[in-house]
Ligand binder design. Structure first.
Ligand SMILES: Nc1ncnc2c1ncn2[C@@H]1O[C@H](COP(=O)(O)OP(=O)(O)O)[C@@H](O)[C@H]1O
Ligand SMILES: [Mg+2]
Length: 391
């Protein structure tokens, strides 16, 4: 096999790529117990033939709206086993933005051979209703990113779906869950729709905090990687970076990229340095972040910044020497090597530095190389310099 492909099969860290995909639905959601309970309360009595539920779920990108509704749907199906036959239909209106496309997707979830053309919306709705009733089913329908449909084609279809049983006797054919990242969704809907949905049936998902994101990346790691290959520090760094947006997708992306870097390096362990903020969509370090650092952290960082204006990366040994020079310059006593290391680590966890370790063939042990891909060394350096000049 060609040499450059060797790494593909190595899998020193990765056992199963599946759980690193956004489409993977975890068996349990991390930290959304209350939200699931709240959703369940909107489906009270769903085991009864004439009952259907309604819910509206809103929240920013990556707050877990899609996975929450998927997890909930699958859990309800399992819970209702032997009590009520439930079929799930999850339509992403961004991918199927017109009324007829949405209806087509719903019809397909009931019958994979549903013909593509030749029917009006009214006819498809009728055939959906007939199919559900004749088979004694109940459908939980999720219209994901529903604002796209409403903007394009009005909320007519939602109204019709909410009235699917009207004048047909007491029967709950369809439960409806509307999902949107647009907080003003309710404002886009007609009063008649809002009253049918129930104003209190709105569930708002808050962005995740760093603990939540650590939990989510930990779950993904445990489901996809070798035990022990990703440490707490790595997960914490991911959590800290992703917490700026609270987007779970970002946490998973950072984990995946870090695993890939470790694999590329042929290592069996992911390092803190593999979590690279440069893959972030927004710069994650503000220069003002250095203001709250301790004196020696600043001095260490200053030495590193001065050198990184000229070179791409420096070794930890050089960083130590530069730190000693800076201390001399400002007549401050240097700290021990251990303390120096501790500060270096904390600067890395702060996201101000990235460190990369290599096995060296000369001498023994490992050398650590330090870079700053996340922010400009010149900006950070002169900010610290100014402070110490004025002391
Ligand atoms: N509470 C959670 N527990 C586990 N994984 C989660 C959780 N919330 C989100 N995720 C994962 O994060 C990613 C983004 O979530 P998603 O449901 O697509 O967000 P949204 O639909 O709000 O944009 C998905 O891969 C999802 O599985
Ligand atoms: Mg989604």
């Amino acid at each position: 096999m060609a040499g450059y492909l060797d790494r593909i099969g190595a899998g020193k860290v990765l056992l199963d790529r599946g759980p690193l995909s956004f489409d993977w639905t975890p068996p349990l959601l991390v930290g959304r117990e209350r939200e699931l309970e709240s959703l369940a309360s909107m489906f009270m009595g769903i085991g009864n033939e004439n009952v259907s539920g309604r819910a509206v779920v809103v929240g920013h990108v990556g707050t877990g709206k899609t996975v929450l509704t998927r997890r909930f749907g699958e859990d309800v199906v399992r819970e209702m086993d032997g009590i009520r036959k439930i079929v799930l239909s999850h339509v992403n209106c961004r991918n199927h933005p017109s009324t007829s496309q949405v209806l087509q997707q719903i019809a397909l979830s009931l019958d994979s051979r549903h013909p593509e053309r030749g029917f009006s919306s009214g006819e498809i709705i009728q055939s959906i209703r007939r199919n559900i009733r004749s088979r004694g089913l109940h459908m939980i329908l999720v219209l994901d990113e529903v604002d796209v449909l409403v903007r394009r084609d009005s909320s007519d279809l939602i109204y019709k779906l909410l009235r699917i049983d009207e004048g047909q006797g007491n029967h709950g054919s369809v439960s409806l869950i509307l999902v949107s990242q647009d907080p003003s969704l309710m404002g886009m809907l007609e009063p008649a729709i809002i009253s049918r949905l129930g104003e209190s049936n709105v569930l708002r998902l808050e962005p995740y905090d760093s603990d939540g994101l650590v939990g989510i990346s930990k779950q993904r790691y445990e489901a996809s990687c070798k035990p022990g290959s990703v440490g707490e520090e790595v997960l914490e760094k991911i959590g800290r970076f992703a917490s700026e947006t609270g987007d779970a997708r970002l946490a998973i992306e950072l984990l995946e990229a870090a695993v890939r870097r470790a694999e590329m390096d042929g290592r069996g362990e992911v390092n803190v340095g593999d979590v690279m903020p440069s893959t972030l969509r927004t710069a994650s370090v503000e220069p003002s972040q250095v203001d709250s650092l301790g004196t020696h952290q600043k001095l260490i960082l200053l030495g590193i910044c001065r050198r990184l204006r000229k070179v791409e990366e420096i070794s930890s040994g050089d960083a130590r020497k530069l730190y000693e020079l800076v201390c001399e310059e400002f007549s401050i006593k240097t700290r021990s090597y251990t303390t120096f290391w501790k500060h270096l680590k904390s600067l890395e966890t702060e996201g101000l530095l990235e460190a990369r370790s290599t096995n060296t063939s000369v001498g023994r042990g490992r050398t650590t190389y330090i870079t700053m891909s996340n922010t400009s060394p010149a900006t950070i350096g002169s900010r610290i310099e100014k402070e110490f000049m004025n002391r």
